[in-house]
Design a binder for this molecule. Structure first.
Ligand SMILES: Nc1ncnc2c1ncn2[C@@H]1O[C@H](COP(=O)(O)OP(=O)(O)OP(=O)(O)O)[C@@H](O)[C@H]1O
Length: 307
C-alpha cells in the first residue's frame, strides 16, 4: 500500500487538449484528483477523450492548457519517472519479429527496476513459450505479454487503454484476475479504460465517467453507488426536484417517471420508493445526460464564450 501522504496517482487542473489548431476538442477543463493505491476505471463512449487522457498521463502528448501531474511529477519528466509508470496501449504493441525471451531481455536492458523473476514466473504461468515470436501470438497472448512487460518494470502506476478488448470472456476473466494480483503484489495504482462495464465493476474501486471531453462524475465506486438511486415518481414530480436531489436521467412511462438521481443524503430517507442503482445504470445515466447537452455548448465553452 502507498503511504498515506503519497502524492495522488493523477492530479489534473483545467486540463485541456485540442488536436491541431482547428481540431476537435478531446479534453475540456478536466479537474481530477485520484488517490494512489486505487484501481480506477475510466469509462465513456467512443471519442470521449479516454485515450487522450491516458496518453497525456504517459507523456505521449502534451496538454494544450492546464496541468497534469502523475505520482506528483510532470508525466514522463525524466527516466526515473518513466520507470515508475507502466503503460499498455490499446493495441498491445509488441515487436513481431522478437521472441518472448528477447522481449524479456530488452525489458531488462531498458528498465532499471526490471524484475526477471516476476517476468519468468508470469510467462510460464500463462503458458507462453519463451522461444515463440511475438508476431505469432494470438490477441489474448499478446495482451498477456504486454501486461507482463508492464508489470515486470515494477511500476507504481499501471495504465491500460482497453486492456481486455480483444480477449474472449474466459481469457478476459483470467487477464483481469492477473491484473488484480499484480496490482496487489506491486502495491501499485492502476488506471484502465474500458467499454466493458462488467470488467470495470469486477476490478475497479474508483470510477471516472468521461463524456464529450468532460468528466461527468468521478469517485469511489461504493460511495457513488450509495449516493445515487433509482426512483419511481408521479410524472411531473421532478419538473422541480426537491432540495438535495439532482436528476441525472429521467424516463417517462404513462403516469410515472423513472429517474436516476444523485442525493445529498441517504436515498432511503427520501419520501419516494428508492432502489439501489447498478454501476451500469449509473454510468448510462451520466452518458445519457451528456449526450443530451448540445455539443455546441461544450465547444463554445472551450473557446471561452459565455455559456
Ligand atoms: N491524434 C489525433 N489527432 C486528431 N484528433 C484526435 C487524435 N486523437 C484523438 N483525436 C480526437 O479526439 C477525440 C477523443 O479521442 P480519444 O481517442 O481520446 O477518445 P476515446 O474515448 O479513447 O475513444 P474510443 O473509446 O473510441 O477509443 C476524438 O474526437 C478523436 O477524433
Amino acid at each position: 500500500m502507498p503511504h498515506a501522504d503519497a502524492p495522488p496517482a493523477l492530479h489534473a487542473e483545467g486540463l485541456t487538449k485540442k488536436y491541431g489548431r482547428r481540431g476537435r476538442l478531446a479534453l475540456s477543463d478536466v479537474n481530477l484528483t485520484i488517490p494512489a493505491g486505487r484501481v480506477i476505471g475510466l469509462v465513456g463512449p467512443n471519442g470521449a477523450g479516454k485515450s487522450t487522457l491516458l496518453h497525456l498521463a504517459c507523456g505521449l502528448t502534451e496538454p494544450t492548457s492546464g496541468s497534469l501531474t502523475v505520482l506528483g511529477s510532470r508525466p514522463a519528466a525524466n527516466a526515473s519517472h518513466l520507470a515508475r509508470v507502466g503503460f499498455v496501449a490499446q493495441n498491445t504493441p509488441v515487436y513481431g519479429s522478437f521472441t518472448i525471451a528477447e522481449h524479456m531481455k530488452l525489458g531488462a536492458k531498458m528498465n532499471p527496476s526490471w524484475d526477471p523473476v516476476l517476468a519468468e514466473r508470469r510467462i510460464s504461468q500463462v503458458g507462453l513459450n519463451p522461444e515463440q515470436k511475438a508476431g505469432q501470438l494470438s490477441g489474448g497472448q499478446r495482451a498477456q505479454l504486454a501486461l507482463t512487460i508492464a508489470a515486470a518494470k515494477r511500476p507504481e502506476l499501471l495504465i491500460f487503454d482497453e486492456p481486455a478488448a480483444a480477449l474472449d470472456p474466459l481469457a478476459r476473466k483470467g487477464f483481469l484476475q492477473n491484473l488484480m494480483e499484480f496490482v496487489l503484489e506491486l502495491g501499485a495504482s492502476a488506471v484502465l479504460s474500458s467499454h466493458l462495464l462488467g470488467d470495470v465493476e469486477q476490478v475497479c474501486d474508483y470510477i471516472i465517467v468521461l463524456c464529450d471531453s468532460r468528466v461527468q462524475v468521478a469517485g469511489d465506486t461504493r460511495d457513488l453507488l450509495a449516493g445515487h438511486a433509482r426512483l419511481v415518481v408521479p410524472r411531473g414530480e421532478f419538473d422541480h426536484p426537491p432540495a438535495g436531489v439532482e436528476v441525472i436521467s429521467i424516463e417517462h412511462s404513462g403516469k410515472h417517471s423513472n429517474a436516476i438521481v444523485r442525493t445529498s443524503g441517504p436515498p432511503g430517507e427520501l419520501p419516494y420508493q428508492a432502489e439501489p442503482v447498478t454501476l451500469e445504470e449509473l454510468v448510462l445515466a451520466y452518458m445519457t445526460r451528456a449526450a443530451a447537452v448540445p455539443a455546441a455548448r461544450t465547444e463554445a465553452a472551450a473557446w471561452g464564450a459565455p455559456r
